[in-house]
Design a protein around this ligand. Structure first.
Ligand code: ATP
Ligand code: NCN
Length: 177
């Protein structure tokens, strides 16, 4: 089996994430895309929406996509979880032949600081989604994403057109009422 892992805070999920998933399924030679919401990103200090709510939004969004799995491994840990732990778990659970790990280009600058980076690099092939304002330095497989939105912007301001329609109202209610 060949898979791609797409980890993220998804606080909230938005159309940039949807485009990454769509392009990954179209362009990477994978059987499954495994989306892994964080409990808390190792480089962040807090989340706004609780982990179980972010998990629920993702499950709703991808309900009918058979090649997408939402993995609650990190959320079940109830603490900061490192990508190397998640990869180790996924290797045991699915025994994949190939693992891609998808990140946006904004995450590239600090990628070398991820826990056990050297080991991680041997276990996975990083794939980088383009993001306006963040150049891609290095030789990575790329996903050409062009949705100029971030979760930060959506926490500050409700912009419905950038939200996944099925959960848009719920998300706006959570952050803005
Ligand atoms: N619009 C986008 N274009 C390309 N990559 C993106 C985009 N939005 C998120 N990503 C990437 O998807 C992954 C998950 O993103 P995350 O959930 O942190 O969203 P975010 O919009 O970056 O959130 P925040 O503003 O809170 O940092 C990260 O690797 C991030 O770089
Ligand atoms: O493993 C690490 O050291 C590490 C450090 C920083 C970020 N990550 C992961 O990178 C993914 C993207 O994070 P985020 O918050 O930008 O969506 C998410 O799955 C994080 O857990 C992982």
């Amino acid at each position: 089996m060949r898979i791609a892992i797409f980890g993220g805070s998804f606080d909230p999920p938005h159309k940039g994430h949807l485009q990454i998933a769509k392009i990954a399924l179209e362009q990477l030679d994978i059987d499954y895309l495994i989306i892994v919401p964080t409990y808390l990103n190792p480089f962040k200090h807090h989340f706004a929406a609780p982990p179980t709510l972010r998990l629920r939004w993702l499950k709703k969004i991808f309900l009918y996509q058979k090649r997408v799995k939402i993995c609650d491994f990190e959320i079940r840990q109830g603490r900061v979880t490192y990508a190397i732990e998640t990869v180790t778990y996924i290797k045991k659970r699915f025994a994949p032949k190939k693992i891609y790990y998808i990140i946006g280009s904004d995450n590239l600058e600090k990628l070398h600081l991820w826990k056990s980076y050297k080991k991680l690099k041997k276990e996975v092939e990083f794939v980088v989604a383009t993001r306006k304002g963040f150049k891609i330095k290095g030789d990575f497989k790329k996903l050409l994403v062009d949705i100029p939105i971030s979760s930060t912007q959506l926490r500050q301001k409700p912009i419905k057109r950038f939200l996944p329609p099925i959960v848009a109202n719920e998300i706006i209610r959570f952050y803005h009422s």
